[in-house]
Design a protein around this ligand. Structure first.
Ligand code: SF4
Length: 474
């Protein structure tokens, strides 16, 4: 274990090494992976797109999905073979495991996968250069303690060129950790207590991103609408006020935030959906179950009625709001009646899409020790029914966009020459024939065709304006 504050430097390798970061899981991990690469850039590490070419392979892991740890071990088997092949050529490849599986498994990772050189928890990756140097000189390192120093303060900012290469949309972490302790979730254990970044630091990061050409920012956090970071006035600002401040950064044309908890959908945040045109009309608001009995067992701290009340207030503020959610089926004790309640909630809300998963116990969480675990085949059958219902809702939502003219932010080139891919305000991918010069711009697009996972459209003559609630109908 490296001592806290140990300041070993990576030396003698400037400009000579390549790092490959593989990101598993949510947007928080995508953001963390980019920041890991940023932190290693001043040490001479250049990002590469393939593990084969890398001198350092980092697996930035996620513990939310089923069998997450097993998937990491299987990926480590592949990386170990690359390391062995490189050693045969006289090249030393370092392997690091970061993120939530690293946090949860710690030294067990090195015991089961001895080729791993470094295990670094989700709160410690700002110390990567020192940890890697230590691993090279003294052998394997495990660092999963929650640090006393501020990770974000210690991170190197991304270079302008790295930011440009990442495109016109970006995530910015504003809050980390969670104090809610849902009984199925590992986040409070792997990411720790809820911490909000100060407003000034967030705004400075958004300004840097805007200078590099970013047009859309998604503020992210495990419980982002519980945000309460310190503002320049010394007060704790809620997310609504942070969004209003972010909207003033020149060059930023679109804002989103994720992931939210229903209990933290405050009146001021809901009003922001009505009053801030740059806040896109799309919200991910996980409910997990439609049954009060299961919500209580999950320790969600809200009822079905609380959730529906939040939805009603949101829809009153912004009638065209597209809603998405997460659902867990087969939580311990879930009966057919409980599951029917989930299906009925889905029907009542009408989502533009949703993620749904079979419950799988996470070691160390209360749900894992609950009696009456639901049989695997029952979970699978319920999941199938739920996914079919979600697919129908998503298709219906997309079909309601057919013929509409929507502002689309062009993010990247499409698969075919002359084609660009962008996003509608409702976060749908839209494929359009358009010149490359339109990358990074918002243009009006008439939706002409619907495929299962994306829309097709044609550039329209009308000017591109983000829809207001008067344009409801999605
Ligand atoms: S609110 Fe979200 S992050 Fe927090 S414990 Fe519940 S599911 Fe996990």
């Amino acid at each position: 274990m490296l001592e806290k504050g140990s300041e070993t430097k990576l030396t003698g390798m400037k400009g000579s090494r390549k790092v490959y970061v593989k990101s598993f899981g949510c947007q928080m991990n995508v953001y963390d992976s980019q920041r890991m690469a940023d932190t290693l850039a001043p040490e001479g590490y250049v990002e590469t797109a393939t593990a084969e070419a890398a001198d350092l392979v980092i697996l930035n892991t996620c513990h939310i999905r089923e069998k997450a740890a097993e998937k990491v071990y299987s990926e480590l088997g592949r990386v170990r073979r690359l390391k062995e092949a490189a050693a045969g050529e006289g090249r030393n490849v370092l392997i690091a495991v970061a993120g939530c599986v690293a946090q949860a498994e710690g030294e067990e990772i090195i015991r089961r996968a001895p080729a791993v050189d470094l295990v670094v928890g989700s709160q410690n990756y700002h110390r990567l250069p020192a940890l890697l140097a230590h691993a090279e000189r003294h052998g394997k390192v495990v660092d999963t303690q929650f640090p006393v120093e501020d990770k974000f303060e210690a991170l190197a900012p991304p270079s302008l060129s790295a930011t440009r290469a990442r495109g016109v949309t970006a995530f910015v972490t504003v809050q980390e950790g969670c104090d809610k302790f849902c009984t199925f979730c590992v986040v409070p254990y792997t990411r720790g207590a809820e911490v909000s970044r100060p407003v000034e630091k967030i705004v400075a990061e958004i300004e840097r991103l805007a200078d590099a050409g970013v047009r859309e920012i998604t503020l992210i956090g495990q419980n982002v609408n519980a945000y309460h970071g310190e503002g320049a006035d010394g007060r704790n600002w809620p997310l609504a006020r942070l969004l209003a401040r972010a909207a003033k950064v020149p060059g930023i044309e679109r804002l989103r935030y994720t992931t939210s908890h229903p209990l933290d959908m405050t009146d001021d945040l809901i009003a922001t959906h009505r009053d801030l045109p740059r806040l896109m009309p799309q919200l991910h608001l996980p409910v997990q179950s439609g049954s009060d009995r299961i919500l209580a067992a999950m320790n969600r701290r809200h009822t079905r009625a609380d959730y529906m009340d939040a939805i009603a207030r949101l829809k009153a503020a912004r009638p065209d709001l597209a809603l998405t959610s997460d659902f867990i089926v087969g939580f311990p004790g879930e009966t057919e009646d409980d599951f029917a309640a989930t299906l009925s909630l889905l029907g009542e809300v009408g989502y533009s899409g949703a993620f749904s998963f079979k419950y799988s116990p996470r070691p160390g969480t209360p749900g894992a020790d609950m009696a009456d675990q639901v049989a695997e085949e029952v979970k699978s059958e319920r999941l199938q029914r739920l996914q079919k219902a979600i697919d129908r809702q998503q298709a219906a939502f997309n079909h309601r966009c057919l013929g509409r003219t929507l502002p689309v932010l062009f993010e990247r080139k499409g698969r075919y020459s002359g084609q660009l891919v962008g996003r509608s305000p409702y976060l749908q991918p839209v494929q359009v024939e358009a010149p490359d010069a339109m990358l990074g711009r918002i243009a009006a697009v008439t939706i002409t065709e619907i495929a299962s996972n994306s829309l097709f459209g044609a550039l329209a003559q009308t000017p591109a304006r983000e829809p207001t609630f008067a344009a409801a109908g999605a």
